[in-house]
Design a protein around this ligand. Structure first.
Ligand SMILES: C[S@@+](CC[C@H](N)C(=O)[O-])C[C@H]1O[C@@H](n2cnc3c(N)ncnc32)[C@H](O)[C@@H]1O
Length: 273
């Protein structure tokens, strides 16, 4: 794995993770477009997608702001920056520019953007308030900040399976120990409120991914990416971990098993004038 900060983004900038993020971005297109409709994004706007990974919502922003507008994709991982540049060229997104920087210190022009957005980045960042302060500093007065993060409150399989519970608990333990928060979604309105954001609105959606959808086995992918940490913490030995992984994989292959996905929480509002 080649990654500038593998400790902060556990899945790193691998091509497997790129493919997962590209397909996730496609799956989230309807909810992201719904959000952009609510915000009332206009042609000519300047927008930035912080932590955009290999595409994020750059394609949607590009289309909405049009040739008179401009979009910046900001990303910390060099490999994701390169992957995003390739996607931008492939899709002919002439009004989009990639910048490699940390969302905590973007170096972008302050008070200049109409829209500052992040999706699934705050969940990985421990300095959440500082991250939001930087996002807000980029907005013009009256500009819109938009956050989209998950909350694992709803995440389960039915019929329940002991291996799901054991692996989900192990994942949460190592993820939270690394500064992540799998329950950040519920806190988004409070975080925006504390940051002085006005007209805060929130929407929560949840889906039941069908057989073949990567979200059905996302817990197994996450476990694979942090298995060394689970073993190092002494939570499970390698043999036990593999046993649970196999048992769960079989259970999730069963068409009679339902998975209820994580909540997607969207929260947005305006910087005070
Ligand atoms: C789960 S991915 C989401 C990618 C994209 N926003 C999307 O929704 O498809 C999280 C992304 O946030 C980036 N990231 C994490 N912490 C960051 C930081 N402090 N500054 C900039 N990017 C960051 C990671 O490199 C990764 O690309």
């Amino acid at each position: 794995m080649t990654s500038a900060h593998p400790q902060n983004y556990p899945l790193g900038g691998t091509s497997t993770e790129r493919d997962r993020l590209l397909s996730q971005a496609e799956q989230y297109e309807p909810t992201a477009n719904w959000l952009l409709d609510q915000i009332g994004i206009q042609p000519g706007w300047r927008a930035v997608d912080i932590g955009c990974g290999p595409i994020g919502i750059l394609n949607l922003l590009s289309q909405r702001v049009g040739p008179r507008g401009s979009v910046i994709g900001l990303e910390r991982e060099q490999r994701f920056v390169e992957m995003a540049r390739a996607e931008i060229t492939k899709r002919g997104l002439g009004n989009v520019t990639m910048v490699q920087a940390d969302g905590l210190n973007t170096g972008l022009e302050k008070n200049s953007f109409d829209l500052v957005h992040e999706r699934l980045v705050l969940i990985n960042v421990s300095a959440r308030e500082a991250f939001l302060t930087e996002m807000l500093s980029l907005l013009r007065p009256g500009g819109t900040v938009a956050l989209e993060d998950v909350d694992n409150a709803s995440w389960l399989c039915q019929p329940a399976h002991p291996s799901w519970d054991i692996l989900l608990n192990a994942f949460h333990t190592v993820f939270h120990a690394g500064g992540g928060d799998g329950f950040i979604g519920r806190r988004l309105p409070v975080l925006l409120h504390a940051a002085g954001v006005q007209n805060i609105q929130t929407k929560v959606t949840v889906e039941t991914p069908p057989l073949g959808d990567y979200r059905r086995t996302h817990l197994i992918s996450l476990i694979d990416s942090v298995c060394d940490k689970i073993i190092a913490k002494g939570m499970l030995n390698e043999a036990k971990l593999n046993e649970h992984r196999e048992a769960l994989a079989q259970h999730l292959k069963d068409p009679a098993t339902t998975v209820i996905d994580k909540l997607l929480v969207q929260c947005w509002g305006q910087k005070s004038r």
